[in-house]
Design a protein around this ligand. Structure first.
Ligand code: NAP
Length: 245
């Protein structure tokens, strides 16, 4: 069996997931990086790492579908025989009045952001319980804590993820499996490409640390959670003080 720790990252082709994947690989983890639509970006990261003498396994899967989540875990187990870390990061958002949202948007956002994390946890827990070891990190959002106007479905999906984190931490603690969530504020990624310069300036003025977060800020929290041994069931806000609860 491979002695390196095996980590799965969903939505690893861009933004926060890409940064986490890059850093995990650079820190000696064996990373299985999932992507769905952005094959070019995923291959670019693989090449970037190969140029540094490192490698990652990449796997295309739409994590909003349970059978595709299972495909990822079957791949991990058949190739590496274990799974130590799961980062449920894949996510999408949309803006609009609740009166204008459709059932299709509900299905897409809930399945991509919440069902994917549930299905992933359901698949990995039998292996982690057997190992008596595991670390699950859900990438949530401050909107799952305080709610965001015009992002009702997104806020519900992230609030659900927070509930999943707390419940599962209690269920899996006795098996030495830690389950935590990181709730970013605003992080500079393509997810916020719809915001104008003016809107970004306004947001920055509301943040006590007076800056937009970077993907590195989220990686630093992941890094800490991986080293830690006594934190579980927590929703850790990384938001420059934008929301203090
Ligand atoms: P991003 O740059 O838009 O990247 C999203 C990632 O999710 C992409 O790699 C995408 O992969 C993947 N993804 C989307 N649907 C997928 C699916 N069905 N199956 C597999 N992968 C899928 O977004 P980001 O800002 O990095 O966001 C990452 C996470 O952080 C999300 O959960 C988001 O809600 C959360 N978050 C972000 C912010 C922020 O300000 N950026 C704040 C709070 C929370 P493909 O392109 O390959 O499909």
């Amino acid at each position: 069996m491979n002695m390196k720790k095996v980590a799965v990252v969903t939505g690893a082709s861009r933004g926060i997931g890409k940064e986490i994947t890059r850093n995990l690989a650079q820190n000696g983890f064996l990373v299985v990086a999932n992507y769905n639509k952005s094959e070019k970006e995923m291959l670019e990261l693989k090449t970037e790492l190969q140029n540094k003498g490192l490698d990652i396994q990449i796997i295309k899967a739409d994590v909003s579908k349970g059978n595709e989540v299972k495909k990822i875990i079957d791949y991990v187990i058949s190739n590496f025989g274990k799974i130590d870390i799961v980062i449920n990061n894949a996510g999408i958002s949309s803006y609009g009045l609740i009166s204008e949202t459709t059932d299709q948007q509900w299905q897409e956002i809930i399945n991509t952001n919440l069902y994917s994390a549930f299905a992933m946890c359901r698949e990995v827990t039998p292996y982690m319980v057997k190992q008596k070891n595991g670390c699950i990190i859900n990438i949530s959002s401050i909107w799952g804590i305080v709610g965001s106007s015009l992002e009702v479905i997104y806020s519900i999906s992230k609030a659900g993820m927070n509930g999943l984190t707390k419940a599962l931490a209690k269920e899996l603690g006795p098996s030495n499996i830690r389950v935590n969530a990181i709730a970013p504020g605003i992080i500079c990624t393509e997810m916020n490409d719809n915001l104008s310069e003016e809107e970004l300036k306004q947001i920055k003025s509301e943040i006590p640390l007076e800056k937009i977060g970077t993907t590195k800020d989220i990686w630093k929290c992941v890094e800490w959670l991986l080293k830690d041994e006594y934190t579980t069931g927590q929703i850790i806000s990384v938001n420059g003080g934008w929301v203090i609860t």
